[in-house]
Ligand binder design. Structure first.
Ligand SMILES: Cc1cc2nc3c(=O)[nH]c(=O)nc-3n(C[C@H](O)[C@H](O)[C@H](O)COP(=O)(O)OP(=O)(O)OC[C@H]3O[C@@H](n4cnc5c(N)ncnc54)[C@H](O)[C@@H]3O)c2cc1C
Length: 381
């Protein structure tokens, strides 16, 4: 099935870029999926290949190493990667980190990090969640204390994507714990800094190729000019603004993954037979796939709207949150129903549908649990 396809923003040039992203996904992601899951991380070579093709920071200006496109380019790249079923390559994190830098970074911070993040030479991470708090970001305890021309960071983070491979981390800290959300600041930490330590890659239910990890900061001392944007207390505002784009990304990924599930199921039911006929010849199979097809189409249409707003600069947090919770839930339903058509094979990890199923579960949790998304929408009513 086509996936996101809006004629409004799918210009011939974006469609061509999408083809390049799909080719990359077919040639470099699909064949590597099981190997990366066993290794619990993606290969550096794939990061660099994605960078070469302009897939990591598609809408960052060329002067900073990006591909100089628009969010339409980013959306088709995310969708193509999600369609591959290989969730190991955390390109989305470089995208998020890149956009924090582009939007709030000082000129020196942009020049230092963006070209490497775009080329895949530098792997980025964003560390918000802590063992004691995830949804309630204001309650983070990681402390960054100003001492002369440095910040000394102490604390720990958990569930951080790209945790093993990352060369730099944007860390959510408290620079002034007495100020609540106004005491939150984002600090860029070079992973080579003494006092920064990573735990091992966590053992997860799905997305095993993604090196989700714990991180520890023990008197990790960075120069004061690592404060994102150079002004303390802006972190919460920066997070609130950028989280909408992270949620839009999750929404688009949901469409990529559910489209793949539909395609896999359709192919399977045509070649598998039971009781002397192909599975597709059972009315139930056709009804399930008709339902699924309608859900994928409705989901794609919603994602198209989100991408259009993203391009126009009018993507509001509530629409991004609706997209995140609604599409990640449709993703779970669609994949579950498609998996059923595979019978026992659907439960075997060797089959991509089983891995799509396991990986889908995290989409309702990360980027802000779906309950938090409903809260955010609820507040706008
Ligand atoms: C695969 C994976 C990758 C991740 N990558 C990153 C990353 O790169 N960086 C990062 O910082 N974090 C990352 N996370 C963490 C993720 O963002 C958090 O797990 C998530 O925000 C939820 O926080 P928590 O786990 O502390 O759950 P809690 O905050 O303890 O919440 C638990 C549950 O309580 C309920 N709940 C909480 N608050 C409310 C409320 N106000 N109203 C109603 N119900 C509520 C929800 O059901 C929620 O799921 C990742 C997580 C996973 C699984």
């Amino acid at each position: 099935m086509e996936g996101i396809y809006s004629p409004a923003w799918m210009t011939p040039e974006v469609a061509q870029f999408r083809e390049a992203a799909r080719r990359f996904a077919r040639e470099h992601l699909e064949p590597a999926d099981l190997e990366w899951r066993a290794d619990r991380q993606a290969s550096r070579a794939a990061w660099r290949k994605a960078g070469e093709l302009g897939l990591i920071l598609p809408d960052v200006p060329e002067e900073y190493g990006g591909a100089g496109g628009t969010p339409a380019h980013a959306a088709v790249a995310f969708e193509a990667v999600a369609y591959s079923g290989n969730t190991g390559l955390g390109l989305g994190l470089n995208y998020i980190v890149g956009h924090y830098l582009l939007r709030y970074g000082t000129e020196a911070q942009k020049r230092r990090w963006l070209p490497g993040l775009a080329s895949g030479e530098v792997v980025g991470a964003i560390a918000m969640t802590e063992p004691g708090t995830g949804s309630d970001l204001q309650a983070v305890r990681t402390r960054a204390e100003r001492r002369g021309e440095s910040y000394v960071i102490n604390g720990s983070k958990i569930f951080i994507s790209n945790g093993q491979l990352c060369d730099m981390v944007v860390v959510v800290t408290k620079t002034d714990p007495s100020q609540g959300s106004k005491g939150v600041s984002l600090i860029i930490v070079d992973a080579a800094t003494p006092g920064f330590r990573r735990g091992k890659a966590l053992d997860k239910l799905g997305m095993e190729g993604q090196d989700t990890s714990e991180m520890f900061f023990d008197d990790c001392t960075v120069p004061a000019d690592c404060l994102l944007g150079g002004q303390e207390g802006r972190g919460f505002y920066q997070l609130m603004e950028q989280l909408a784009f992270e949620r839009a990304q999750i929404a688009v990924n949901a469409v990529g993954a559910m489209t793949r599930a539909y395609d896999l199921a359709l192919e399977y039911v045509k070649q598998r037979s039971a009781f002397g006929q192909a599975l597709i010849d059972f009315q139930n199979t056709r009804f399930v796939l008709a339902d699924v097809k309608a859900t994928v189409l409705a989901s794609s249409t919603f994602a198209d709207l989100i991408v259009q707003k993203w391009i126009d600069g009018s993507l509001d947090p509530a629409t991004a949150s609706m997209g995140k919770f609604w599409l990640s839930e449709r993703q779970g339903e669609v994949i579950d129903r498609c998996l059923q058509l595979f019978g026992g094979y659907g439960f075997m990890r060797e089959y991509p549908i089983a891995r799509l199923y396991a990986d889908a579960r995290a989409q309702r949790i990360y980027g802000g649990a779906n309950e938090i998304q409903r809260e955010l929408v609820g507040r706008t009513l």
